[in-house]
Design a protein around this ligand. Structure first.
Ligand SMILES: [Zn+2]
Length: 394
């Protein structure tokens, strides 16, 4: 049957009748078979378009008398939720949301953006329910800043698959406690071998409490961020201390000083050398940072420990305050720094996961629902993994 609505959209209505005798009924409450039909009902849902027609199907379904649940609606595969859309239609919207923002999908399907997000969330929930979850052995824990309203969120990720596994509001010890308590069984907690974290005490306390066998490995990325901050502090101090000529030489060299020597080309290395000739303290700071970077190249813990202590000893007569502060921090956290010798974790995964989440937020906005954001980021990571697997197979 064909009709036009007020806006001139051409619509098509189809009635779906079931064959008599085809009577395998499933209760939507307990998913068990039931026999007794209480009444027959109909529902109209939007389905995939046919040609230029917006298509609706009217599906007949039963209310059943379940011996366990009482009066219930039967489970109908084409009707995944109470919303007026068929499963095929929801799948098409969900698929479109994988490569476009909710607002543009909304325009494409003639729906409200909030409706598209609700459909997408159900689509992702169905995907999450039927997939096999990868085993969690190495985890990354970091915080991410979501803005003024939600502030910090703790992100736990699977370092082997590069997907986020859990989000929790705030970044307290109690936040991570609830991950261990609610997300993992004692067996799963016992399987954890390594956790890559920032030197943030609330997290390490929680790990020690819930998974004592899990080795804490401090993220090189974060440690080097502290080292870069120390170099920058020295640069600023020198900038203000010395006047005239040197001030001009130091000016604008911030980025160069924060870049590793191997990543600079000839002319840029020359620029730094000119600077170092005029200021030995900056040279010393830069060399200290470069030398610290080598801490993660060792396989033997004793040798790495020697390198770390040698590094700290070098500071003695330097009067480089920012580095003395850093040394105290490293000394306090040395076990977690040296754990990397025996327990290798892939650095950079945590940053990549955070980067993906941030780009999702930038593209989509409207992620007031953390569950939706998590599923979205997981789907994104799984899609990337599928692509990699396909490439390997080819
Ligand atoms: Zn039931």
């Amino acid at each position: 049957m064909e009709a036009r609505d007020r806006r001139g959209t051409r619509t098509l209505r189809l009635w779906v009748r079931r064959k008599s005798g085809n009577q395998v009924l499933i209760c939507s409450g307990c998913r068990e078979r039931v026999r007794e039909v209480a009444e027959i009902r109909e529902r109209e849902v939007r389905d995939l378009p046919w040609r230029k027609y917006q298509t609706f199907v009217i599906i007949e379904f039963y209310r059943v008398k379940c011996p366990r649940c009482g009066l219930k609606v039967e489970a109908v595969p084409q009707l995944p939720s109470k919303a007026p859309f068929s499963k095929d239609f929801e799948d098409a919207v969900g698929l479109a949301c994988e490569s476009a923002a909710a607002r543009s999908v909304a325009r494409q399907f003639g729906l409200a953006a909030s409706t598209v997000r609700a459909i997408d969330l159900r689509y992702l929930e169905r995907w999450a329910a039927r997939r096999r979850k990868p085993v969690l052995r190495q985890i990354g824990i970091d915080e991410i800043y979501l803005g003024k309203k939600q502030k910090f969120v703790t992100v736990v990720s699977n370092l082997e698959t590069g997907e986020p596994v859990w989000f929790g509001a705030e970044r307290k010890e109690a936040t991570l406690d609830s991950f261990f308590r609610e997300e993992l069984s004692p067996l799963q907690r016992g399987r954890l071998t390594a956790a890559c974290v920032d030197m943030w005490e609330p997290y390490t306390k929680s790990i020690l409490k819930w998974a004592p066998a899990c080795k804490i490995v401090f993220d090189k990325f974060h440690v080097m961020q502290h080292a870069n901050a120390a170099v920058d502090e020295v640069r600023r101090a020198e900038f203000f201390r010395k006047g005239g000529q040197l001030r001009d030489v130091v000016k604008g060299k911030r980025w160069l000083l924060l870049t590793r020597w191997v990543n600079l080309d000839g002319p840029k290395q020359q620029l730094l050398n000119d600077l170092f000739r005029l200021n030995r303290r900056l040279l010393k700071a830069y060399l200290l940072k470069e030398s610290l970077d080598r801490l993660w190249t060792y396989t033997y813990e004793a040798v790495a420990r020697k390198h770390l202590h040698g590094w700290i000893d070098q500071l003695k007569w330097q009067r480089l305050k920012p580095f003395q502060k850093l040394a105290l921090m490293l000394l306090k956290h040395q076990e977690g720094l040296l754990n990397y010798c025996r327990t290798k974790v892939p650095f950079g995964v945590v940053e990549a996961v955070n980067g993906n989440i941030k780009s999702l937020i930038r593209r989509g906005r409207g992620y007031r629902n953390l569950r939706y954001l998590l599923l979205k980021a997981q789907r994104l990571a799984a899609l990337k993994l599928e692509v990699v697997v396909l490439r390997r197979a080819a």
